[in-house]
Design a protein around this ligand. Structure first.
Ligand SMILES: C[S@@+](CC[C@H](N)C(=O)[O-])C[C@H]1O[C@@H](n2cnc3c(N)ncnc32)[C@H](O)[C@@H]1O
Length: 511
């Protein structure tokens, strides 16, 4: 199965109801488990299924992601909180639920290819809730240390609870086929050899849509090892990084506040603190009162580089033209306050502008949050000394944080963002005064969203910004950060820097 094949959409068949015509079906041809036949799992028909709140919760999150395009990183914490109160879910349960949800979403491409080899019809003809149960089962079998018999039995019990007895039999049969091989053996079977089709091989083995493998490889360049490391980094759990907002708390004070072993300093940003696994940012007083926040180190580096870019003339008024939800704006506002400047944080979506206002609350210097379309400026041309536009993009640089995003995005999305990205950069160049600096940032390394946008705008392709601009080398403004490329722009990478794949171009207005 190609990893670009859409897998599932909404289900007309609510979970918990049997559907004999679609829900059952025969699994694929016979498969022998090494060392003997697969063990019967899930208990006999007479046994009542174990209702496991952890797996029920994980299933509920996967359904929300599939049915209503929910974001796992928003739905999961809310359901975990509820379950902690209602079912007494403890930390270990919460960690397992998180692993099951994130693991099965991230590895969906690989698991789908394996499940497809165990079923006698195209996956799109298998009901989405059945596929969700199978993904959770496949992840337990192939991606965790849960013993196979326990993984199969828990999956069949889940199927009996949420799908009904008929479809649970189907799930049981498929799961028993999956147990016939370990992950490596399955990949040898379902992925084409690298030599025959490198992109499809990497897509199946590392569970990314093929078009994303292709785009990331184009952006990264180089041979097999680099792209494999990048794809692996996308599948790893990202650590939680905090930002200590300057003028309000130092990184050292924030570290002390986490209580010893629970955190360590950031790798590159002087404001960063990395939380140890399982650390809960919401438990920290500094986060609760806004002196610190959760922010990837790449985003911190982008804001800090713009703030550090050399300027000719005054440095009084800064603009963040795409501010929501406010992470970079909060750091910029704190840095601006430190040198007597003010920040205007502008955001088109009112609900996101409210998030910006919340992020900036308590900032030690002057700031203003406005709701405005950055392509139709609500400010005078040349009003600002520094301008950031962190434009809407495909988010291909943050796949490790948004486990479902890679399956939702389409190749066409890249072109769909192009006019807005160019429009926002042209506006930013008009908003900055001559001698001032603009930062163009994306959380995507796709060349069509990064360098191509800046080149087009500088050359007046597709519309004249009416101003002159020149490149500023961004690399020296990220001191100590290795492997920043040939410049003058900067591309960060999860596998090289441990950050999201943020891109930054800095431009100085010349006329
Ligand atoms: C990548 S996000 C910015 C992230 C933000 N800089 C941060 O660090 O939290 C892009 C933002 O631009 C906003 N946006 C989209 N179109 C816009 C427009 N025409 N003018 C201003 N903002 C816009 C989106 O609503 C979104 O909040």
């Amino acid at each position: 199965m190609s990893n670009d094949q859409p897998r599932r959409r909404t289900d007309s068949n609510p979970a918990g109801k049997q559907n004999r015509s679609r829900g059952g079906g025969r699994p694929g041809g016979p498969a022998q488990r090494p060392g003997g036949p697969a063990r019967r799992a899930g208990g006999g028909p007479g046994r009542r299924p174990q209702r496991d709140p952890v797996r029920m919760l994980a299933f509920e999150v996967l359904r929300a992601v599939d049915e209503r395009d929910a974001y796992a990183n928003l739905v999961l914490p809310a359901l975990l909180r509820q379950a902690q109160e209602k079912d007494g879910l403890d930390r270990r349960d919460a960690a397992l639920a998180t692993e099951l949800v994130y693991g099965s979403l991230r590895r969906r491409g690989t698991y789908d290819a394996i499940i497809a080899a165990c079923v006698d019809r195209p996956l799109r003809e298998v009901d989405p809730p059945v596929l969700d149960v199978l993904s959770l089962g496949a992840h337990q079998l192939l991606g965790t240390r849960i013993p196979p018999h326990a993984a199969v039995s828990a999956t069949v019990d889940l199927a009996r609870c949420v799908l009904g007895e008929g479809r649970a039999k189907f799930v049981n049969a498929v799961m028993r086929r999956v147990t016939a091989r370990d992950e490596e053996e399955w990949l040898d079977r379902v992925a084409p050899p690298y030599e025959d089709d490198p992109e499809e091989h990497l897509a199946v083995v590392h569970s990314h849509p093929r078009w994303i493998v292709s785009a990331l490889w184009d952006a990264l360049g180089g041979g097999r090892s680099g792209i494999e490391e990048l794809l692996e980094a996308d599948n790893a759990r990202p650590e939680v990084t905090l930002v200590a907002r300057p003028g309000r708390i130092t990184a050292e004070e924030l570290l002390d506040g986490t209580g010893g072993d629970a955190a360590e300093p950031g790798r590159w940003s002087p404001y960063a603190v990395r939380l140890a696994e399982g650390g809960d940012p919401g438990a920290l007083e500094a986060v609760r009162d806004n002196r610190a926040g959760v922010q990837d180190e790449g985003s911190q580096l982008v804001a800090a580089a713009l703030a550090a870019a050399p300027l000719n003339g005054p440095d009084r008024l800064w603009l963040d033209g795409c501010a929501g939800p406010g992470g970079k704006a909060a750091l910029l506002a704190a840095l601006a306050a430190g040198r007597g400047a003010a920040l205007v944080a502008s955001e088109k979506q009112p609900h996101r502008a409210r998030l910006v206002a919340r992020a900036l609350q308590g900032n030690p210097g002057p700031y203003q949050v406005i709701t405005a379309d950055g392509t139709r400026p609500a400010w005078r041309p040349g009003a600002f000394d520094r301008v950031l536009v962190d434009v809407p993009c495909t988010g291909l640089g943050a796949l490790r944080r948004r486990p479902e995003a890679r399956w939702r995005r389409r190749a066409e999305d890249v072109a769909a963002f192009a006019p807005l990205q160019r429009g926002l950069l042209r506006s930013a160049l008009r908003a900055v005064r001559v001698g001032g600096v603009v930062g163009y940032a994306t959380c995507s390394p796709h060349p069509a969203e990064t360098r191509a946008v800046v080149d087009d705008v500088l050359r007046g392709r597709g519309g004249d910004s009416g101003v002159g601009a020149e490149w500023v080398d961004a690399r020296p403004l990220m001191p100590g950060v290795p492997e920043l490329g040939a410049g003058p722009d900067v591309q960060l990478w999860p596998h090289l820097h441990g950050t999201d794949a943020m891109y930054l171009a800095l431009l100085r207005r010349t006329a």
